[in-house]
Design a protein around this ligand. Sequence first.
Ligand code: OOG
Ligand code: MG
Length: 242
Amino acid sequence: MNVAALVERLHTAARTATAIPRLTSAGDLDVATAYQVQAELVRRHGERLVGIKMGLTSRAKMQQMGVDEVIWGRLTEGMWVPDGGAVAHDRMIHPRVEPEVAFRLDADGEPVAVAVACEVIDSRYADFSFTLPDVIADNTSAAAFVVGPWRPLPAGLANLGVLLEVDGRVVQTGSTAAILGDPLRALARGRELARAAGLMAAPGWVVLAGAATAAVPLPAGSRVRVVVEDLGTASLTATAPG
Ligand code: OOG
Ligand code: MG
């Protein structure tokens, strides 16, 4: 399939908040080409890169999405919403939220700080349904994210309790152990994959380690909070309908 045409299809789907059929429903797409589509798509969006995200690093997510391989995507400045800020619900197709841990990198790509994060994902495919190459091409469903206050790396990150709340109700609970056994492992894998793709970490880069639980729908007008034991919180609101 023609990379430029696939990029255009995904770009338009994102910009108009209109779901499209999976790319693989029209023909074969291999993983390497899918990453090429992702790179071109993010270039097409025309936004500065601020880091990378890991995806499907927990069993909960692999099971929910029916894809059992770790993937990575690109984070851009337009996706980064200030902690406590609002995401534009009507500019998305069927947004979901998930609890994450974020790292901030120094010039050598080493983590210097950690924070709680909340990611908003919004697959550009109908019914939020895709195969591995589809989701890679779609920049791993990336739509928006918030990062709570940064703090120095604690002694251990491998087994901290995680809560996801929507309008004050706990809707998911889990542990950072779900993220490849330790979010630091997801970070290491992300750096490796980005480097293999020729992307060098810049100082201040953010790395999302991947969701610790399954994602839940983000209702218009709702408020979401993620709490991670010892690390703090991150929150966002979704703009109201109409
Ligand atoms: C793909 C993105 C996965 C994560 O944290 O596992 C992801 C999806 O579920 O649509 O961001
Ligand atoms: Mg995620």
